[in-house]
Design a protein around this ligand. Sequence first.
Ligand code: G3H
Ligand code: 13P
Ligand code: ZN
Ligand code: NA
Length: 325
Amino acid sequence: GLVNTREMFAKAVHGGYAIPAFNFNNMEQLQAIIKAAADTKSPVILQVSKGARNYANPILLRYMAQGAVDYAKSLGWEHPQIVLHLDHGDSFELCKDCIDHGFSSVMIDGSHLPYEENVALTKKVVDYAHQYDVTVEGELGVLAGVEDEVSSDHHTYTDPEEVIDFVTRTGCDSLAISIGTSHGAYKFTPEQCTRDPKTGRLVPPPLAFDVLEGVEAKLPDFPIVLHGSSSVPQEYVDIINANGGKLPDAIGIPEEELRKAAKMDVCKINIDSDSRLAMTAAVRRVFNEKPAEFDPRKYLGPAREEMEKLYKHKIVAVLGSEGKA
Ligand code: G3H
Ligand code: 13P
Ligand code: ZN
Ligand code: NA
């Protein structure tokens, strides 16, 4: 069956790699994630947001994710390590509903609340979840942009002085922190970037690794999570823009920085936007090149292939989780 994150995080923290947490809303994404994980023998976290649950229907989504374990076995993966995780849970009730219906892990995102309220809410979820051996991710610090339906125009980096108190008092199993990543395909404004004189491409400012180091100094070997970790591959942006799309100056986190974070105590890296871009690039290309095509399998099939390629690349070349399951 599905597993929680406890053992895989302990191994990842000590092994110097990170587990991919890929969001999914639909069958093609799920198939691509499982195929990529099975082919590379990588532990994987299937991540479902509140919006994804509403889009796909909570019942269907849950059965799809549970079916993914058998699907993985049918692909020759003997002992699949697959987590079903609620992404950005915003209330005790939502977390409880997921825990009661087969999720093996949940996030309670109280990062926008005053500190003491975040502690109280996270502890309440942990106390409930641990009765069912479900693991819990908490968050300290605020990412710029839209997170959990709350938007912020600037990052509030995690304060390393708070993390011991938060983790001890809540009992959470992992901690999401803010070090300069953000959700979506526009992680930096052109004004925050410099320009590569040769290619003309935007070059983003570095992440706040000093904050991550500060957290690690306070909480050695504690599983740290990075949200907003899509790299926004420029080849996808170019394909989208060349085929009728409009994503000017889309920009993400350089893979080199994610590689570095994965070698540190970061053991869960969240990626959603890159999969959306892979899918959109593939679909736009088919629509543009084969305007007579109207069988969804003829455009969702190529989209699925492109996502599988992307997920494998993340596992093998960025997070280092290949062969760990
Ligand atoms: O954190 C945000 C994830 O990318 C999920 O996004 O709420 O649009 O499903 P969503
Ligand atoms: P991206 O938008 O960078 O893919 O981040 C996804 C995420 O953090 C989901 O929780
Ligand atoms: Zn997130
Ligand atoms: Na790591």
